[in-house]
Design a protein around this ligand. Sequence first.
Ligand SMILES: [Zn+2]
Length: 245
Amino acid sequence: MQVEGADVLISEESVEQASLTPEEIYAQVFREMRPRTPIPLIKVKFCRYATASAKIKLADGVLQVRIADTLAGAPDSVMEALAEILLSKLFRRPVPAHCNERYRRYLNRRDVRRSLDLVRQIRGRKQVESAQGLCYDLNQIFEELNFQYFHGLMARPILGWSPNASRTLLGHYDPSHNAIVLSRILDRPQTPRLAVEYVLFHEMLHLRYPAEHRGARRCVHTKEFKVAERKFEKFGEAQEALRHL
Ligand SMILES: [Zn+2]
């Protein structure tokens, strides 16, 4: 979210939602490569790796896939390419060139590279500079807001304080990497907790109400978004607190 000025784009990233689960994608690719082998139990886990890495193993009838959570928001076509790469390696087959190409192209996208850099920055740092700030613990505040406003049903994204203390960009949600980052400027004793709660709540609404595309126009703060935002207790007071930062 930005201070001053309404409707400002918070991320240039477009929202891409998977229509297949990762397990379904792996099952599909597995079936294509090994049509006569029964499909094993497939477990795909997204892990907090600092880099965009992935691992695969087949043991005791379970196909275990571990993928960096930064790739959790990648489009189906990219997830499929990664599945082909990993399964090819597992079965010691040459990796199809078009898969390598598609996967590499995705990682090379400017916005993806930027997000990967950000995650590397956040995770490469000390504990105090991650979700646990000097004053406020974003994980804790997230859980409270989740309980109060989202029936505790929202899956926790990557949460972190930004490396630099921006005054204009107080927070942003990065959909392709499922990360909410708040400006370090808010992690100070003189910042009321209410202000931190409100900025985090705003970003959580971006998760709940994805941006809408109308032709070339992209609306990040939809009507439902704004209605939901007004449900924040002490909405006016929180906005007032931000104005005085
Ligand atoms: Zn916003």
